[in-house]
Write a protein that binds this ligand. Structure first.
Ligand code: ATP
Ligand code: MG
Length: 418
């Protein structure tokens, strides 16, 4: 019978892959906690309107990447393609719009029907952070600095560059939008079919196009800088000043617009040259209109999301699992004593394993294969005297230790276990 394959664009996480993954999430959790962020967990599927209302119907995600289905009750549901809209929905439906600011971290799977390739999957995973209820540039700067600190704690800050842009306020964007429509209309015939249809509805989208033809035109398109209102410029100056103060280095890139429609003012991406076309590892911006789209009061907000697969690929290595201790009973009468020892070690937070069968020689081979630090060898003579032989498998040194003292002996000898 032929085996059933995993669905295209999905992947299993086993061994080293899983450890890299967990390291990214655990490191991010630790860093965001230093900034006062708490973790939220929202459902993997939502009412389709959570995403269709918020991401913009000309965005790639809504127009062609969503996993949308009707459930047995006839409701339209969507597997979440991103986390921000759902966090805003949760802020509103949990009645938290009056307890601001809220600083939220999340981690979990996201789903997009994309063409799978290195660094691009259909089920992928994100870590993300949202600061809801703060309108000041200091909030943007803290959120960006926190993203930088996550990369730093992962040891990959040096692999990335922070690219920063402003999208201005609504008035700035209206003026810019008109200029973009005029410019792209003059080159209409040279645009990709997708971008031709985006032209009137959302010309900013064209700036984020991955199509070669579009990219050539984008290079000479008008930039936001000349359309910024005094307010928008003051915000932009405030952000750059605060980042300087925090020692966060950035490169201004007027082409950063982000792939979703809800951004204003700040937009940023941490990019790397090591992952080919999939070079954005962590990205975000300010989205002051989104909570209102979810039926809440107008609430300023800023956040980012990082792709765990891409971050994992940049890691030098993952922290290894702790080395175990192997318990080796000699003969049937030692079986019961070895089980008692195993459970006592686990109760003392020591990773302890035993082989399920085999003679002494086999069991020692297995202890070496599992990279055990020690073998605890127990025979009938040891049982009679209430002791065990503790063999250090790195040095070969053997020590006789009283049964009840084994955990303390191991903890004292290997400070990293204590
Ligand atoms: P891209 O431009 O690469 O398509 P995006 O703008 O669609 O990215 P966001 O929606 O901002 O990405 O998601 C944040 C991060 O999540 C990205 O920077 C990336 O690291 C990761 N990401 C997005 N889509 C995928 C995917 N299909 N597979 C793996 N990681 C992804
Ligand atoms: Mg995308």
């Amino acid at each position: 019978m032929s085996s059933i394959q995993p669905v295209r664009g999905t992947h299993d996480l086993i061994g080293e892959d899983r450890r890299r993954f967990a390291h990214v999430v655990e490191t991010a959790r630790r860093v965001v906690s230093l900034y006062g962020f708490d973790e939220w967990s929202t459902p993997v599927f939502e009412d389709t309107r959570v995403f269709s209302r918020s991401l913009g119907d000309t965005s790639d995600v809504v127009s062609k990447e969503m996993y949308t289905f009707e459930d047995r009750g006839g409701e339209s549901l969507t597997l979440r393609p991103e986390g921000t809209a759902a966090i805003c929905r949760a802020l509103v439906t949990n009645g938290l719009t009056q307890s601001l600011p809220q600083k939220v971290f999340y981690a979990g799977p996201m789903f997009r029907y994309e063409r799978p390739q290195k660094g691009r999957y259909r089920q992928f995973h994100q870590i993300g952070a949202e600061l809801l209820g703060a309108a000041e540039p200091l909030a943007d700067a803290e959120v960006i600095a926190m993203g930088r600190d996550v990369l730093r704690a992962l040891g990959i800050e040096g692999e990335t560059v922070l690219e920063l842009n402003t999208l201005g306020d609504a008035a700035s964007r209206d003026a810019w939008r008109s200029a973009l429509i005029a410019y792209f209309s003059a080159h209409r015939a040279d645009l990709s079919a997708d971008s031709q249809s985006r032209l009137e509805r959302n010309p900013l989208r064209i700036l984020d196009s991955k199509d070669e033809k579009d990219r050539a035109l984008v290079a000479d398109a008008p930039m936001i800088a000349q359309y910024l209102t005094p307010d928008a410029l003051a915000f932009w100056d405030g952000l750059r000043r605060t980042l300087d103060l925090m020692g966060v280095r950035f490169r201004e890139n007027p082409r950063i617009v982000r792939g979703l429609d809800y951004y204003g003012h700040t937009a940023f991406e941490f990019v790397t040259s090591r992952l080919g076309a999939q070079g954005t590892v962590l990205a975000g911006g300010r989205y002051d209109g989104l909570v209102a789209e979810m039926g809440g009061p107008k609430t300023p907000a800023i956040g980012w999301a990082g792709g765990i697969e891409r971050l994992s690929m940049l890691l030098e290595s993952a922290p290894p699992e702790p080395r175990p201790v192997a318990v080796v009973p000699m003969g049937d009468e030692a079986q019961a004593a070895s089980i008692t020892v195993l459970q006592a070690l686990r109760a003392a937070d020591i990773r302890a394993e035993t082989s399920y069968r085999g003679n002494m020689k086999r069991r020692m081979e297995r202890a070496n294969r599992m990279n055990a630090t020690h073998a605890i060898v127990i025979g009938s003579d040891e049982i009679a005297r209430g002791v065990a032989q503790v063999k250090n498998l790195d040095s070969g040194q053997q020590t006789e230790v009283r049964m009840e003292d084994i955990a303390a002996f191991l903890l004292a000898g290997t400070p990293e276990r204590a």
